[in-house]
Design a protein around this ligand. Structure first.
Ligand code: SF4
Length: 99
């Protein structure tokens, strides 16, 4: 096999291994970024507000909440209701639609 072809094949195999690594696909999947890390206080707030990391609602989600600071669809944003870094696709009982 040619050196170039072998090099390209190995590169493709390496990419598959990297993409299949735990967390990589979850962080980039259609469910939004993985924003599971939170302090104990933030976890308590999440539980009290019934936060879910992914909602199927197209409008009632963190992206459209007045308490959300968007940092991009592929990363976690900030919730000013002390729920920590939350997913743009998440939602909780404290949702308030942006004006
Ligand atoms: S209050 Fe709830 S819906 Fe609004 S940004 Fe925070 S977690 Fe999302």
């Amino acid at each position: 096999m040619s050196g170039r072809r072998d090099f390209l094949r190995r590169g493709g195999q390496t990419m598959l291994v990297v993409l299949a690594a735990p967390g990589v696909l979850a962080a980039c999947g259609s469910d939004g970024p993985d924003c599971a890390q939170a302090s104990a206080a933030e976890q308590a707030e999440r539980a009290a507000a019934h936060y879910v990391a992914h909602t199927t609602s197209g409008t009632r989600n963190c992206t459209n909440c007045t308490f959300f600071t968007d940092h991009g669809a592929a990363t976690c944003g900030a919730c000013s209701m002390n729920l920590g870094a939350v997913s743009p696709l998440g939602v909780c009982d404290r949702f308030a639609a942006r004006a």
